[in-house]
Design a protein around this ligand. Structure first.
Ligand SMILES: CC(C)(COP(=O)(O)OP(=O)(O)OC[C@H]1O[C@@H](n2cnc3c(N)ncnc32)[C@H](O)[C@@H]1OP(=O)(O)O)[C@@H](O)C(=O)NCCC(=O)NCCS
Length: 154
């Protein structure tokens, strides 16, 4: 049996917090407190316009993806945004990232999404190759990204 077929994708649960926190550290966010992640996963579990999936293999969480859907104004339907995606370093190249994105796309489709988008740091060149490989077109020559920190919220 291949490692790929041993992996299952399911909705994340608050109890996955410790393993999700260590995946987030691999993604470049090492300062996530496990209790915070647990609270966030609980909030995502209540979220009606988004979902977090994890990939599980050998009783370990080896990957995670979060997707959120927001409505368009200028056209029909919604857009699904991959909020975060990571596969454990020792499990990469086994089809897990693809399966997580497929689960995210399916969930987005059932939330009325007609497109999916993802942003990825310029430095993450391996993830750019991954997204191209699974059918995503680069739009950075057509669409600039702007971000502003807000003082309220959190
Ligand atoms: C990007 C990432 C999620 C990919 O997950 P993965 O499980 O290794 O990817 P898969 O094995 O499902 O690969 C799917 C396809 O993309 C290709 N691919 C994956 N990584 C690649 C790379 N670095 N270069 C070229 N192609 C790549 C695979 O060859 C595969 O193609 P195939 O089906 O034709 O063989 C994983 O490398 C990762 O977690 N990286 C660090 C975090 C990160 O960059 N996250 C994205 C932030 S936006």
């Amino acid at each position: 049996m291949s490692k790929e077929s041993e992996c299952t994708v399911r909705k994340a649960r608050p109890e996955d917090a410790a393993q999700v926190a260590s995946l987030l550290a691999e993604l470049g966010y090492p300062d996530n407190d496990v209790d915070d992640v647990r609270r966030r996963l609980a909030a995502w579990a209540r979220e009606t316009a988004g979902v977090v999936f994890v990939a599980e293999a050998d009783a370990q969480v080896v990957g995670a993806v979060a997707v959120a859907a927001f409505p368009y104004l200028e056209r029909r339907g919604r857009c699904g945004r991959i909020v975060a995606l990571v596969v454990a370093a020792d499990r990469r190249g086994q089809g897990i990232g693809r399966r997580l994105v497929e689960a995210a796309e399916e969930a987005a489709g059932s939330l009325g999404c007609v497109t999916m988008e993802v942003t990825s740091a310029r430095t993450r060149t391996e993830s750019h190759a991954f997204y191209r490989n699974i059918g995503y077109q680069e739009w950075s020559d057509r669409s600039a990204r702007y971000l502003k920190d807000l003082r309220f919220g959190a």
